[in-house]
Design a binder for this molecule. Structure first.
Ligand SMILES: *Cc1c(COP(=O)(O)O)cnc(C)c1O
Length: 219
């Protein structure tokens, strides 16, 4: 299969699952995760009309996206990987959405940079739904308080929550938990679901699915 065929198959599966879940197809955004693929692999996907992309490393994204963004208007670039404070300035300059606001220190660094650069990015709070010690994210019980800090004290535009369920567990309960926390926090959007489980995520209310290998191939 070509990359164009894989992309249209993913779009079709999203549409079918949305339909089955009595949801509008347009209510699920596809974030095409292009990490590890270079600009030449990404261009055909842009040519198919895809505009929303995800990258997990600031430095890697800096090597390809300034050029790709200059070629095509309307690219919406999401940071979906962990962010260090010393990279906050670069991230704010390049990305359009930060999906991994996961601790107070980075929230403060981002808020400061956004003010300095006068670039006000949309943000998601990453929630560690599986309470995995090695994984980034706010604990479920502390999410509401953190969202309030980000919004009211720091002025960040928190539009959603994001999670990465533990690899060895059924993802459904994690997606359900994220949806419940979002409702309790008054947050609208849910970024959840990857190549292996995006249909399940849509059934649980995902408004963004982050799909890499099902589009670009194995990494
Ligand atoms: C790599 C990555 C994805 C995409 O994973 P695939 O299994 O290739 O679809 C989604 N979300 C995050 C946070 C990632 O790092």
């Amino acid at each position: 299969m070509t990359i164009e065929e894989r992309l249209s198959e993913v779009r079709e599966r999203i549409a079918k699952t949305a339909d089955r879940s009595k949801r509008d197809e347009g209510s699920v955004e596809l974030v095409a995760v292009s990490k590890t693929f270079d600009a030449d692999a990404i261009r055909p996907v842009i040519a198919c009309g895809q505009r929303v992309f995800g990258e997990n490393r600031v430095q890697e994204a800096q090597a390809k996206w300034p050029e790709l963004k200059a070629e095509t208007a309307g690219i919406d670039l999401h940071l979906i990987g962990p962010l260090q404070s010393n990279k906050a300035a670069d991230a704010v300059a390049l990305f359009d959405v930060i999906e991994t606001v996961d601790r107070e220190k980075i929230a403060r660094a981002l808020a400061e940079e956004m003010k300095r650069q006068d670039r006000h990015l949309r943000c998601y709070v990453q929630v560690n739904t599986g309470l995995e010690p090695q994984k980034a994210g706010i604990e479920p019980e502390k999410t509401a308080e953190f969202v309030t800090l980000c919004r009211d004290e720091l002025g960040l535009q928190i539009e959603g929550l994001m999670c990465i369920p533990p690899v060895d567990e059924n993802p459904g309960p994690h997606f359900a938990l994220l949806a419940k926390i979002a409702k309790d926090c008054g947050v609208e959007r849910l970024s959840m679901g990857m190549s292996g489980d995006f249909e399940t995520a849509i059934e649980f209310g995902a408004t963004s699915v982050r799909v890499g290998s099902a589009i670009f191939g194995a990494r």
